[in-house]
Write a protein that binds this ligand. Structure first.
Ligand SMILES: NC(=O)c1ccc[n+]([C@@H]2O[C@H](COP(=O)([O-])OP(=O)(O)OC[C@H]3O[C@@H](n4cnc5c(N)ncnc54)[C@H](O)[C@@H]3O)[C@@H](O)[C@H]2O)c1
Ligand SMILES: N[C@@H](CCC=O)C(=O)O
Length: 577
């Protein structure tokens, strides 16, 4: 017996089965990370200045990291500063075909250990990463996205510090909640259990430039649920991604669980979607790229071992809708922030606005007056409200939309419109007034600091809400500004499917993890709500386990017992006699 027991125990340990003598532990209480304000003289301001100098002078050469091994293929890319494009902020290696294959195979090996690691051990890695980022690496991470992705101090604090920390901490809390969801009912003699298994195979995380928090969360949330991930960050946000990856490693992430594989986008996409082991795709980026990826997965469908889980959050054409009962100052300040913070490069950015024509003259005047006060400068100038847009491709695209407005008889540029890429990719905050609610800048995602306003007749409030609902293919974020409660209810009703994140008397940007789960439907994505348990649920495949305690003594059911007085039964018996 004892030899048998020892053998069984050894086998369990060898296979690393989730086997704990510690009992059930609890994730410490989780709250949103407080913002630091970087006021003059504050310690965080001094630390950030030091980090900016360091990051600006270093220009690291970032390797690929596969199975814990740093790899160089010799295919080298560069990340440029958006506000000073002559300055290279880092160099990095591109993965080749063999390295991506090694990453896939290595992740599948790492999976065996990772998915059976006790849950508290797994979660503590992400909680530690959050604490490291909150303290030791906060200034460096903020500096990396300021210089690398053109963020101001405040936008960097939102993204590289607060939101990333929140994603990691709340991810652990949501994981615990998910693991605690067990069947509500057990009949006598039975114990029902739900096992939240990670997906079979690997998850591919393909991440965008505009939020390092999203870039870090896309590989992290499947990993928190026990999955292994190939992470392909984008070229224009490499330094920020590398900073987060190093923090995860320092926090104890085992080799091979997240493989750091910058690669040429289309080559990476082709190779991972052709792998029979693709278990899931976690994507954030533009709608067109997501649609291509879905098609590639569709074409390979018969080849996969299981149906890949596909989560994709994509573009938006978000709007502020103003009712005639609105507080004008509140509209103006929220619109300036919503449209122009981070140069309009948030998927949630306010890029169109509907204003009743009786309020328009005063809103127009206040908007332009405020826009004139916006400082567009370099990202390490702490007085900047805006800096440069991410790269030349984006600059050219934004400029071409402004040009269309300049050439259209239905549009008038009320403010801005100038673009200058000699030193950095600078675009002025631009406000366009249009008489055509179907003008291209009212419908298509621009992803830059361009706001188009359409003034409507307040007698046609509901018709204009319907127009806003149907004008674009997206459904990401929207706001209603009104003091009249009926007007708010009507907007909520008509705009039910126009936005996955709907705001009342607030700007349509700035969702917070744990408070406003984020995502939209229509062509804005699968709406799996990052920053909530819904997203983490996508990375598990549930197994239902039923254990019976009472051995079965007879296969027959009670109603089959023979009653001697039952003539029917007797007759039936005779039929077979
Ligand atoms: N809904 C959201 O939560 C959300 C959040 C952030 C950004 N976004 C969207 O992301 C876009 C901006 O980010 P971006 O410019 O990095 O987007 P993008 O689509 O250009 O790139 C996103 C990722 O896809 C990769 N990619 C590009 N072409 C590819 C291809 N042919 N095959 C496979 N992968 C490819 C890129 O290298 C990058 O890693 C905007 O449309 C914005 O609305 C959405
Ligand atoms: N969650 C962010 C947007 C992320 C997209 O870029 C917001 O709500 O502003």
């Amino acid at each position: 017996m004892s030899a048998l027991w020892n053998g069984a125990t050894q086998l369990l340990f060898k296979r690393n089965v989730n086997f704990s003598i510690r009992g059930r532990s609890k994730v410490p209480p989780v709250h949103n990370e407080p913002f630091l304000d970087y006021a003059p003289g504050s310690p965080e301001r001094i630390n950030l200045r030091t980090a900016l100098k360091k990051v600006s002078s270093e220009c690291p050469h970032i390797p690929l990291v596969v199975n814990g091994r740093e790899i160089k293929t010799g295919i080298v890319g560069k990340q440029q500063r958006p506000d000073k494009h002559q300055q290279t902020i880092c160099e990095f290696e591109y993965a080749d075909h063999a390295t991506i294959e090694e990453a896939i195979q290595g992740s599948l090996k790492a999976k065996k250990h990772w998915e059976t690691m006790p849950i508290d051990e797994r979660l503590s890695i992400f909680l530690k990463a959050a604490d490291l980022l909150s303290t030791t690496y906060r200034a460096e991470a903020c500096a990396a996205v300021m210089l690398g992705q053109g963020k101001t101090v405040w936008q960097a604090e939102i993204d590289a510090a607060v939101e990333t920390i929140d994603f990691w901490r709340f991810g652990c809390k949501f994981a615990e909640e998910i693991y605690n969801v067990q069947p509500p009912e057990n009949v006598k003699g039975v114990w029902n259990r739900t096992e939240h298994r990670p997906l079979e195979g690997f998850v591919a995380a393909i991440t965008p430039f505009n939020f390092v928090a999203i870039a870090a969360n896309l590989p992290s949330s499947p990993a928190i649920m026990g999955n292994v991930v190939l992470w392909k960050p984008t070229e224009s946000a490499m330094l920020g991604a590398w900073t987060m990856f190093r923090i995860l490693r320092e926090a104890g992430l085992p080799d091979g669980v997240i493989q750091f594989v910058p690669a040429k986008a289309s080559e990476f996409a082709k190779q991972v979607t052709q792998s029979e082991h693709l278990g899931g795709l976690h994507f954030t980026g533009s709608t067109a790229v997501f649609e291509d990826l879905q098609k590639m997965i569709g074409q390979n469908m018969s080849h996969y071992r299981s149906y890949p889980r596909v989560v994709g959050e994509t573009g938006g054409k978000n709007f502020h809708f103003v009712h005639e009962s609105a507080d004008i100052d509140n509209v103006v300040h929220n619109t300036i922030r919503g449209a122009f913070e981070y140069q309009g490069q948030k998927c949630s950015a306010t890029s169109r606005m509907y204003v009743p024509n009786n309020l328009w003259p005063s809103i127009r005047e206040r908007l332009v007056e405020q826009a004139k006060t916006i400082k567009v400068g370099s990202s390490d100038d702490f007085t900047s409200f805006m800096t440069a847009v991410i790269h030349e491709r984006s600059f050219d695209k934004i400029q071409s939309y402004i040009q269309k407005a300049k050439e259209s008889s239905s549009c008038k540029i009320l403010f801005g419109g100038r673009c200058d890429k000699r030193v950095g990719y600078f675009v002025e905050p631009t406000i366009i007034e249009t008489t055509d609610p179907d003008f291209v800048t009212m419908k298509e995602e621009i992803f830059g600091p361009v706001l188009t306003v359409y003034a409507y007749d307040p007698k046609h409030y509901t018709q204009t809400l319907e127009l806003a609902d149907s004008s674009s293919k997206y459904g990401l974020t929207a706001s209603i500004f009104a003091r009249d409660r009926d007007a708010i209810s009507t907007a909520e009703e008509i705009l039910r499917n126009a936005a996955g994140n709907f705001y009342i008397n607030d700007k349509c940007t700035g969702s917070i993890v744990g408070q406003q789960p984020f995502g939209g439907s229509r062509k804005s994505g699968t709406n799996d709500k990052s920053g909530s348990a819904s997203n983490l649920m996508r990375w598990v495949s549930v197994r239902s386990i039923k254990e019976s305690f009472i051995p079965l003594k007879d296969y027959r059911y009670p109603h089959m017992a023979v009653e001697t007085s039952d003539e029917e039964n007797d007759k039936a018996k005779h039929q077979f006699a």
